[in-house]
Design a protein around this ligand. Sequence first.
Ligand SMILES: CC(C)(COP(=O)(O)OP(=O)(O)OC[C@H]1O[C@@H](n2cnc3c(N)ncnc32)[C@H](O)[C@@H]1OP(=O)(O)O)[C@@H](O)C(=O)NCCC(=O)NCCS
Length: 442
Amino acid sequence: MDNQQDSIGMIEWFRASTSYINTHRGKVFVVLLSGEALADKNLSKVVYDLTLLHSLGVKLVLVHGARPQISAALENSGKNSSYHRNIRITEAECIETVTRVVGGESARLEALFSMGISNSPMQGSDVRLCRGNFVTAKPVGIHDGIDYQYTGKVRKIRATAIQQQLDQNNIVLLSNLGYSLTGEVFNLSAEEVATEASVALQADKLILMIPQAGVLDDTGSLIASLSEEDARFYADKLAKLDEESQCISRALDASLRAYSNKVHRSHLISFKENGALIRELFTRQGNGTLISSDSFENLRIATIEDVAGILKLIKPLEENGSLVERSRELLETEIDNFKIVELEDSVIACAALYPIGEEFAEIACIAIDHSFQKNGYGDRLLSSLESQAKTAGIKTIFVLTTVASHWFLGKGFVEAELSDLPEHRQELYNYQRKSKVLLKKL
Ligand SMILES: CC(C)(COP(=O)(O)OP(=O)(O)OC[C@H]1O[C@@H](n2cnc3c(N)ncnc32)[C@H](O)[C@@H]1OP(=O)(O)O)[C@@H](O)C(=O)NCCC(=O)NCCS
């Protein structure tokens, strides 16, 4: 029976993932695998999951680093790295070791992707990885009188050449090595290569594999999505802490830089946790931290200045009976419960979350301007309110709706009885509207 339950659960999940599979197909994802990720025992599982993404038609550019491996090799050969402003100085006598270590790590990854043992997820995958001189480098130069020598910066990413490889169904593998016009090899930061590659390709996603489930708040809870301001706050805070935190800080810096260059969705996902990548990309609840344009650009908590815009947006929907009427006074009192999407100074979408007790919260007044419907704004607002509720420890969200029940059913809500709601909310139920009750466990 348990086995049957498991298999039904699996079938349901597989079916539910269809929309994600369709959304991701043909998209370009740049994925950073830091040296720490390459050293982790979960690496082979991450490779399985990347192979799965490739099989589903995602165009992958992988960028690997080798920071801890380089440090260990230099130490073994008695050459201690010196740092200035937290950046390694790669002396002339070290660049050979760096090249050897990074080349070895690239080859190891290639080997993992070439596995095809029967009864493993790699069987029949036939993945082709492609490496080349796709990254042109330049020296960091001399700062404060310190010459960084063979530590470099990205000068150019050959985006067209990479795109050609992707179009031929190859996975492109980049590393933290770049080649200069003078024919020298430079040691780069893998985070910078990943960011610049995502910008040059205008990738659909930048995925940064990190040693933690995502960015955690002060209570240790996972933050599902971050605004630009909060991402900066955490990047600065984590930069001052231990090595693991610094790794996350570098990932946040990379996502912020990608964002300011129009790569609007970066995910920070654990490389330690089995299947974290799949959960983040193929389930609604996700499993990592998303830094996206939704949280940056125009989806934000409403303020009293937005009341007029919200009233204008909801008036026609109140008139046709889709929404319950709200007076200006009521809206002003409850404005803190609202989130809006703003476009060129107009409110084009809104939704509200009303916590009821410690366990429940009601989603209400979700409305998208008619000319902006079917653009995913409803979905983004609902996701944002859901993660807000989750962070607040809410266990169940519910909605009362007369016309949009199918939309909510598509978002994982299920039909429920009035008696499933908190008593206080049952008493306020308007029997004339005959709204359907839908709820969702978080
Ligand atoms: C329902 C609503 C919030 C959806 O917002 P949206 O931004 O258009 O939704 P999304 O872009 O995320 O999703 C669009 C999909 O939902 C479907 N959809 C929209 N309204 C729907 C409804 N009432 N019932 C079922 N599906 C609906 C669309 O057909 C579209 O499907 P497709 O992707 O197969 O083409 C929006 O249509 C709206 O504001 N409606 C009027 C107000 C309302 O009824 N609010 C609910 C009060 S509880």
